[in-house]
Design a protein around this ligand. Structure first.
Ligand code: ATP
Length: 306
């Protein structure tokens, strides 16, 4: 029996290793999120980014034929500026970010970067020009340094540290038992949503793309974490063309333009102050969110005084 149990244990070990490796590969594909249907057109040229101007020109899109998701969407993100997209769940906010990456082809209109249609350039060059800080970052089962360096594999140790500092995660890493060599991910130290997001920000700071997409987390963060993340996001988006997919309105106040999506169309657009003054959909969303956070605050205070 003894003789048999060792190989069985060993097989169990091998099985777990293989399963974990498969999970890693799956996670990598999730991370890249590349549907196979989009192909480079023959003779596609690399994208030439001049200033990083993004334009949606009368875009219509459906994932499948009969259910249109976006209709008549036109907007510009001038080079170096920030545009925020807000709107109810399912309005099509994340879909807009996927179309800049050309994860799908649109049915009408065009998505242009510095005047080049995303369908005419190589996907490799397109994806190299865009950085994404996703809602939920998948970490590799590796060290925290590896996870940050993924943004630019040839980055030096010093550059990795500097990116971590700018992303407001350096103090956290310095406090870990093995510092930058600490294993993270499913098999290592589990990071919170806010910590993972800061790792993604550090990664993006290293990648230094001309165009940036920030898909803000829906999950409620405590005020302190939210402020730290906001500071990190401000740092990474400075001087870059930025699209913010916003769930918390507090983060869009400073955007150059806010686009309010509803049922796949642009219902309102303008600066925060103009939209508040217009007393429309955005103003309603703002009031509701403020009421919700005030109620949360009252609940928290009541709990503290208990
Ligand atoms: P949320 O605020 O909840 O994240 P959103 O505004 O970002 O929502 P999208 O994720 O863009 O919304 O989704 C818009 C619509 O497209 C939804 O009705 C959704 O069900 C649909 N959708 C999203 N992804 C796909 C997909 N891969 N295939 C088919 N339909 C999809």
């Amino acid at each position: 029996l003894m003789q048999l149990s060792i190989p069985l244990n060993f097989i169990g070990f091998i099985y777990r290793e293989i399963r974990q490796a498969l999970t890693d590969i799956e996670q990598m594909f999730d991370l890249l999120d590349v549907p196979a249907e989009v192909q480079d057109r023959p003779g596609a040229a690399p994208l030439k980014v001049d200033k990083g101007h993004v334009r949606f020109d009368d875009v219509a899109f459906a994932y499948d034929g009969d259910r249109p998701i976006l209709k008549g969407i036109s907007f510009d993100i001038p080079a170096g500026r920030t545009v925020a997209v807000v709107g109810p769940s399912g309005a099509g906010k994340s879909t807009i970010s996927r179309l800049i990456f050309r994860f799908y082809d649109i049915q009408e209109g065009a998505v242009l970067i510095d005047g080049q249609d995303v369908r005419d350039v190589t996907q490799e060059s397109l994806r190299a020009a865009i950085g994404m800080v996703p809602q939920d970052t998948v970490l590799f089962n590796d060290t925290i340094a590896y996870n940050i360096r993924y943004g630019r594999p040839d980055a030096s140790e010093e550059e990795v540290r500097r990116a971590a500092e700018l992303a407001q995660i350096a103090d956290f890493i310095d406090g870990l038992p093995a510092g930058y060599d600490t294993m993270v991910g499913e098999r290592g130290l589990k990071l919170s949503g806010g910590e993972k997001q800061r790792v993604a920000i550090a990664r993006t700071i290293l990648k230094a793309p001309p165009i940036l997409i920030l898909d803000e987390a829906t999950s409620a963060l405590d005020t302190h974490t939210e402020q730290e993340i906001q500071a990190a996001l401000d740092m990474v988006s400075r001087g870059r063309t930025t699209l913010v997919i916003a769930h918390r309105l507090s983060t869009v106040i400073a955007a150059d333009e806010i686009i309010v999506l509803k049922d796949g169309r642009i219902a309102e657009r303008g600066t925060h102050h103009a939209l508040i003054a217009a007393r429309g959909l955005y103003a309603d969303m703002w009031d509701r969110q403020r009421e919700a956070s005030e109620a949360e605050e009252r609940l928290r205070l009541a709990r503290e005084t208990d």
